[in-house]
Design a protein around this ligand. Sequence first.
Ligand SMILES: N[C@@H](CCC(=O)N[C@@H](CS)C(=O)NCC(=O)O)C(=O)O
Length: 223
Amino acid sequence: MLKIYGVPFSVHTRKVVVAARMKSIPFDFARVVPVIPDTVPPNWREISPAGVIPAIDDDGFVLADSTAIIHYLEKKYPGASLLPADVRAHGSALFVNAWAGDVLFRQVVHPLFQHQVVGPHLRKTGGDATAIARALEASSDAFAYLESRKPGRFLVGEGFSIADLAVFTNLVMFRYLGHAIDARKYPRLQAWFESTRTSSPIAAVLDAERSGVAGVPGLNPEI
Ligand SMILES: N[C@@H](CCC(=O)N[C@@H](CS)C(=O)NCC(=O)O)C(=O)O
């Protein structure tokens, strides 16, 4: 059975979980939280050379990086697809996926998680209010960019794609961390977030991770 290394509430692990659910691939979790050293297996760098989650083991084939894993699963299980068929939509979806990792995650969600959860609650070193303020400032630019793309039902093309998934999974963590998307400033983004949140299989994925999220100090599963 497909083994997913990671935790359900992790931004990038959720991308792989949603892909597996969409394709009805059975999977198990091997719980790895890189910031909690005793959850990390001894051969972790062989499984995930960068040391980050997610990674998979598919009958002995190990692979890290959510985008690489999604492409691997797409080839192995064609059908419900996260990659648009149209060539330009495909290119745009990969761009938005990369942008979500580079901007939304690196500049917004990762620093917020570090300074609201990891520092204060896991490492007990506290959080940096300036870093939190900077990340929230970056979120305004990021949300303005997304709003300027005029999101409708989907961010790119005619169907749910890796673009929607990559942005959505970051916004879920933003909400778990207690921050709101200002619907007056970003009405299309907020409407897109709501319709994505309640769609299938996303609603079921969020439901399944709920009790785990409730157990993480600093996160609130009510979104
Ligand atoms: N490009 C990677 C990014 C993975 C990533 O940054 N994962 C985060 C959790 S969502 C992580 O493991 N953070 C722990 C750390 O940086 O030590 C992917 O798409 O899988």
